[in-house]
Design a protein around this ligand. Sequence first.
Ligand SMILES: [Mg+2]
Length: 275
Amino acid sequence: MANTASDLNWASIEGIISDLDGVVYRGNAAIGEAIQAFKEWQAAGWPFCFVTNNSTHTPEEVVRKLERFGLIIEPKDVVTSAVTAAELARTKYPDLRRVFVIGAPSLVDAVAGAGFEITDRKPEAVVMGLDRQITHEKMRIAVDAILNGAVFIGTNPDLLLPTAGGFEPGAGATITAVAVATQVKPLIVGKPEPHMIETALSRLGTARSATLMIGDQIPTDIQAGKRAGLPTVLVTTGVPPLKDPSLAPPDFVVSSLAEIKVLPALAQSPRQRRA
Ligand SMILES: [Mg+2]
């Protein structure tokens, strides 16, 4: 049985890393109590950073979306799998120049922004995310490049994405198709891998044991937080969470972020408190 919010020792918390979809909003609808909670944490001086597996929006687009919901943040407060994929490619493979991208314009922008040349001619790396205009020809170029030795990077492993009317295949579905065709395992960037959590931690500058990871999915958010060594909070949305005994359970479970209250005595930043 996981602990509840009242078991959480807020005095030891320095910062927050949180998922977006299912935590702060559901599709285009804000989750009011969550927005209110983040505004209170912001007023209390808690630094936070959002991490999202979605590679089809830029941090700036996320900032504008949250602004419509009344939460004012900056692009540096959002870590997407697109930006992390580009940064990871840059740091892990500093000698690579030519990259073939299958993905949304936001992924192309992120990879180009990291200094790579975007090309389908002799690419040295393939970076793949959700592409709603994917074609057999794009898959052919990716497969051919990978079989010729190109590095294979995937933004996120999500197989299914909920839509207004049902589901659509996620990036993981098409990444898997290329992986199966080539028999090459991609480097996956998004949750449950810890890469985005590490990026967020370095931006926050907080200690990992004192930084909460908040999410609505045990297989992705909670596992990523665990792998990065963070205390984890599952926020339930009324849908019973998937019970998979092979997955590490969250440390805390709340039904609303409103349960996580900033105490008046703690309503100053951790740095102020330490001073
Ligand atoms: Mg989510």
